[in-house]
Write a new protein. Structure first.
Length: 110
């Protein structure tokens, strides 16, 4: 792992993706969900342009955070955005993600 910059504004990067994956998987699920929820909040509050240009990014973080309604809404936005660009394979993938998450959320919610 490499540190860029000085504390407290230091940023860290991993030398290899497998090390990053191992570190991520070592976190408790609740901790991972909290991180994704925080990322979603920061993106929505401080980077609203990303909400419009990259809804799939917010959809991913909402999905990982367990934010069902927001995740489905962002997956739908991502699908619609892809349709407007005639990226139909991408649109299908985004819309399918939203439907799969919606189905899983329904099963897990009594």
């Amino acid at each position: 792992m490499y540190q860029r910059g000085l504390l407290p504004q230091a940023a860290y990067t991993f030398k290899h993706a497998l090390i990053q994956d191992a570190a991520y998987q070592s976190l408790l699920k609740s901790t991972r969900q909290q991180y994704h929820q925080r990322i979603t909040h920061v993106l929505e509050e401080q980077f609203p342009e990303i909400t419009g240009t990259q809804p799939e990014l917010l959809a991913y973080h909402c999905t990982e955070a367990g934010l069902s309604e927001q995740a489905v809404a962002y997956w739908y936005k991502a699908g619609q955005s892809a349709i407007q660009r005639s990226a139909h394979v991408e649109a299908i993938a985004h819309l399918r993600q939203g439907l799969e998450f919606l189905n899983v959320a329904r099963i897990l919610t009594p």
